[in-house]
Ligand binder design. Structure first.
Ligand code: HEM
Length: 481
């Protein structure tokens, strides 16, 4: 037999074959996604079924959550929002998805948010054991009484100053994490790298969700270092604080900052692992705590500015209780905070989870293993069955309700998600809001001022109002006897 002789293939034939393969593969993918795949029978926009770029375009335009909500109104409780993604709005699924034995977080989003680092921080950690161990240590720092100590006479003018341009990032979280503050509140014109860093991180979420590997490219290899400078400065602040922590006395179990707790928890791990976890956990703490609580506080001010009667009632009720936020559960302010979180949940959007090997049945429809499913608080909070007139701010809906009614409302109240992966900062966040709203109403009376647009956007994950403005006319509140 003659030996194999390589044949000459002309460049044009090579090009033709390449194009043919791409066209063939593309056409196959389109047919699979639209007609043959297991999710083809679920309703939703055609473009969403074809490509994740659909979600990216929605999120970058600041309207993904509201759009998905509209889709549920049109299509019902199961909507296809990506090639492998479904959004669910059937409330009976909540315990199965998030509470009893939670489905694992979708690695596409959470690994990307984590920068591809295997250690993972609390929000993105996918190993249940590591997650539970670390959460236990951090959770003890975040009780409601932890906030109590922060009330002081000088704080309220500072908070007012900080809230007006919709920025936070300072007053409790840095103290809690590092034992010292960034100084954002004192920066002239609020021009501070930490605030810029938080804005960059928030804007990056849709991009990273769409192109997950972008976040694992070292910053030095790509040409966007100058734009990322605030983030680099924030990272340096965290690194310096961690270096100081390590140089200090031997860590003990009762450390009073997140960093000191981590130093104790990770004392037997390798230095590299210890450093990576501490740095990413501390950064996460700042990011997870900032936009969320700020958004809720801004929303509370907006609604209260339209309701002077409720402001006055809060003023009367909280004056004798201040600053003990552990006593606030039964007063009007608690109903206001709940209603604000119902109407404007700071994390309103899809919290993607992967369906396990047994699949998931929702309203007699089988969802196959490996599908990414999520529920958005924005939609669950607008369930007309239990929240009539759902788009209206009505704190009274939380007061004087029967046990059965309250149970139904609470079951559909998910601002902090639910179960083992719910917000570890829930108590802390509630206490901050009680303290802030209580102090604001106690010292100020306020009304809307002309020029506000009061609009909010979402990045597919969190709400924000950075690109908008709320103007208030603020006066001194009458004294309460
Ligand atoms: C109004 C304020 C807040 C809201 C609405 C909120 C909401 C949420 C939600 C919905 C989750 C689940 C995210 C997911 O499943 O991917 C979460 C997780 C988390 N939040 Fe919050 N959060 C708030 C404030 C805070 C604060 C103040 C802190 C820190 C002090 C914090 C730290 C965290 C952390 C570390 C996680 C991950 C928990 C875990 O997986 O075990 N959050 N938050």
């Amino acid at each position: 037999m003659a030996p194999f002789q390589p044949q000459h293939v002309s460049p044009s034939l090579t090009l033709f074959l390449l194009v043919a393969v791409v066209v063939f593969y593309g056409a196959g993918t389109v047919i699979q996604r639209l007609f043959l795949g297991p999710l083809a029978r679920f309703p939703g926009p055609r473009l969403a079924a074809l490509t994740r770029a659909w979600a990216f375009v929605q999120a970058i335009g600041g309207r993904q959550v509201k759009h998905v909500h509209e889709l549920h109104k049109n299509y019902g409780p199961i909507v296809r929002v990506g090639p492998n993604d479904l959004s669910l709005s059937a409330p009976e699924v909540i315990p199965r998805l998030y509470s009893f034995k939670p489905f694992l977080k979708d690695p596409v989003l959470y690994d990307a948010l984590n920068g591809g680092k295997p250690e993972g921080h609390l929000v993105c950690q996918t190993d249940p054991e590591t997650h539970a161990r670390r959460r236990k240590h951090i959770a003890t720092l975040l009780s409601r009484s932890a906030v109590k100590g922060y009330e002081n006479e000088n704080l309220h003018p500072k908070i007012i100053k900080a809230l007006l341009p919709f920025r936070d990032g300072d007053f409790y979280t840095a103290e809690l994490t590092f034992g010292k503050v960034f100084g954002c509140l004192d920066a002239p014109g609020f021009s501070h790298p930490v605030l810029d860093a938080l804005a960059i991180v928030s804007d990056a979420v849709p991009v990273i969700n769409w192109i997950p590997w972008l976040n694992s490219i070292p910053r030095s290899l790509v040409g966007y270092q100058p734009q990322m400078e605030p983030v680099t400065k924030l990272e340096k602040f965290v690194a310096d604080a961690w270096a100081a922590e390590k140089a200090g006395p031997e860590p003990t179990e009762v450390g009073h900052t997140v960093l000191s707790r981590l130093a104790f928890l990770l004392r037997n791990d390798t230095p590299k692992y210890r450093d990576n976890v501490a740095l990413s956990e501390a950064l996460t703490m700042i990011v997870a705590c900032s936009e969320t609580t700020t958004m809720a506080m801004v929303s509370a001010l907006h609604e209260l500015s339209l309701n002077p009667g409720i402001q006055a009632r809060i003023r009367e009720e909280v004056a004798p209780l201040m600053p003990d936020v552990t006593k606030f559960d039964d007063v009007m302010e608690a109903a206001v905070v709940k209603e604000v979180l119902r109407l404007y949940p700071s994390v309103p959007g899809l919290l993607p989870r992967v369906v396990g090997k047994d699949g998931l049945t929702v309203r007699n429809q089988f969802i196959p293993p490996g599908t990414v499913v999520s529920m958005q608080a924005w939609t669950i909070h607008r369930d007309i069955e239990v929240f009539p007139d759902p788009n209206t701010f009505n704190p009274f809906r939380w007061l004087n309700r029967s046990e059965v009614e309250l149970k139904a409302m609470t079951a559909r109240f998910l601002p902090f998600s639910a179960g083992a992966r719910s917000c570890v900062g829930e108590e802390f966040a509630m206490a901050q809001m009680y303290l802030f709203v209580g102090m604001f109403c106690r010292f100020c009376q306020f009304a809307p001022a002309p020029g506000s647009d009061n609009a909010i956007e979402d990045n597919g994950f969190t709400l924000n109002c950075r690109h908008h403005k709320m103007l208030l006319s603020i006066g001194t509140a009458p004294a309460v006897n």
